[in-house]
Design a protein around this ligand. Structure first.
Ligand code: NAD
Ligand code: IPM
Ligand code: MN
Length: 371
């Protein structure tokens, strides 16, 4: 069995708490012949800033580049509210994404039947929901230059963020979305604001041309992003794959999370290009949620987004589809049994902490695997 080298970056707040459950799962898989993983740990975010003065060190970057995959917890928190902008915890995650070339962020939002009542929306709106947001992750206003605050000298300051997209960036994320749609329900909705932004005009042009040239069999719809946000809460099941830019993708995926019941449910995969010669790609797997300072340290965080992110690593980095499905089925079954962390609790369910939920999912993996 091939051995996979993982770099674990737990980060801050609930990051280490949910990562502990992935470590437990990895140990179980190693012991029971369901995988062969070598893990190393590193510092990122506020934890790295406290120890090393930067949000991610060059040495950690080198280890991330050498790993088969990076598993990332969460970064940030009020403790680091006043550190220099360049060293803020979130800068560590942004550097990892940029320097590893992880331009494609897949954020699947699945509403498990058992959780249809945990959403703030009506059951019929979310029950059976299964959509994927394909978020462009290394471009747009997150990285465009100039990005600065200028002192105008008259008591006024000017803040500048720059939205930049080149043709190739839109084309490659579009390709990821169309290819994914072909394996699903064959529908792509492209969100932009061509009515206001030049980047929206180019986004629309490039996606339209790519569709005509390479993916005419896929159903494509262009949606103005503000209306798209509205449709996402009005009738989300109309969508299959949504492709959008870095900032719209960030906002839409937090909205999508609530359709599934909680931010604690949404996993994600951040992927680079597949190397044609080695057949491998750089990748980082991260829950969509943050460090949740309001519940950190209490052992109550939901580990499902983190465990689901590890399942995505098995699928997208290691081709171990059977094991990925095993974990996902175990999550669904555990919810069916009525076990809930506090963020997804409802009447008649049993509320458990992070560790009990992790252990219950692993026990169910074991049962399904006949171990
Ligand atoms: P957040 O995602 O940390 O929390 C938002 C709300 O969702 C909170 O009420 C929190 O308790 C709840 N929540 C999130 N994850 C949960 C889980 N697994 N289980 C149960 N409840 C959960 O967003 P925020 O409060 O806006 O940001 C806090 C910090 O996290 C900020 O510093 C932000 O920059 C950072 N952040 C980091 C990441 C990341 O590391 N990938 C992502 C988003 C935000
Ligand atoms: C996310 C987060 C990050 C983002 C932050 C922490 C940099 O909100 O992954 O959704 O904005 O991309
Ligand atoms: Mn976000």
């Amino acid at each position: 069995m091939a051995t996979h080298k993982l770099l674990l970056l737990p980060g801050d707040g609930i990051g280490p708490e949910v990562m502990a459950e992935v470590k437990r799962l990895i140990a179980w898989m190693n012991q029971n012949g369901l995988g062969s993983f070598e893990t190393e740990e590193g510092l990122v975010g506020g934890a790295a800033y406290d120890a090393e003065g930067v949000a991610v060190s060059d040495a950690t970057m080198a280890r991330a580049l050498a790993a088969d995959a990076v598993i990332f917890g969460a970064v940030g928190g009020p403790k680091w509210a006043n550190v220099p902008y360049e060293a803020r915890p979130e800068a560590g995650l942004l550097r990892l994404r940029k320097d590893l070339g992880l331009y494609a962020n897949l954020r699947p939002a699945i509403c498990y039947p058992a959780l249809a009542d945990a959403s703030s929306l009506k059951r019929e709106v979310v029950d059976g929901l299964d959509i994927v947001i394909v978020r462009e992750l290394t471009g747009g206003v997150y990285f465009g230059e100039p990005k600065t605050i200028v002192d105008l000298g008259n008591g006024q300051k000017r803040a500048i963020d720059t939205q930049v997209y080149d043709t190739y960036e839109i084309e490659r994320i579009g390709r990821v979305a169309f290819e994914l749609a072909r394996k699903r329900r064959n529908k792509v909705a492209s969100f932009e604001k061509r009515n206001v932004m030049k980047s929206g005009v180019l986004w629309n042009e490039v996606i339209t041309a790519l569709h005509a040239r390479e993916f005419p069999d896929v159903v494509l719809e262009h949606v103005l992003a503000d209306a798209g946000g509205m449709q996402l809460v009005r009738w989300p099941k109309q969508f299959d794959v949504i492709v959008t830019d870095n900032l719209f993708g960030d906002v839409m995926s937090d909205i999508a999370a609530m359709l599934t019941g909680s931010l604690g449910m949404l996993p994600s995969a951040s992927l680079g290009d597949l190397d044609a010669t080695t057949g491998t790609r750089k990748a980082l797997y991260e829950p969509v949620h943050g460090s949740a300072p309001d519940i950190a340290g209490q052992g109550v965080a939901n580990p499902i987004a983190m465990l689901g992110s590890f399942a995505m690593a098995l699928r997208y980095s290691f081709g171990r589809l059977k094991e990925a499905e095993l974990i996902e089925t175990a999550i669904a079954n555990t919810l069916d049994k009525g076990l809930r962390t506090a963020d997804i609790k409802s009447e008649g369910t049993t509320v458990v902490g992070t560790r009990q939920m992790g252990e219950a999912v692993i026990a169910e993996v074991a049962r399904l695997a006949g171990k």
